[in-house]
Design a protein. Structure first.
Length: 70
């Protein structure tokens, strides 16, 4: 998804004999909803696009010598 948002295609090299770690993660927001009465209200792709745009702006601002979030 991020490759599509960023407009890039990354080359991958897998080391098949390396430890595998966690196969995947899932978010169960049940507790957040119960305790905080909050739940996500935008689609994942939209949130990822906004996050990518923010990170990209931070990167370019810092590269240009501008002050960024620390």
């Amino acid at each position: 998804m991020i490759e599509e948002i960023a407009g890039v295609k990354l080359e991958r090299h897998y080391k098949l004999d390396a430890p595998r770690g966690v196969a995947g993660r899932n978010s169960d927001n049940t507790m957040i909803k119960e305790i905080l009465d909050w739940e996500p209200n935008i689609p994942l792709r939209e949130g990822m696009q906004e996050t990518y745009a923010w990170i990209s702006q931070q990167y370019w601002d810092r590269k240009a010598g501008k002050r960024t979030v620390s």
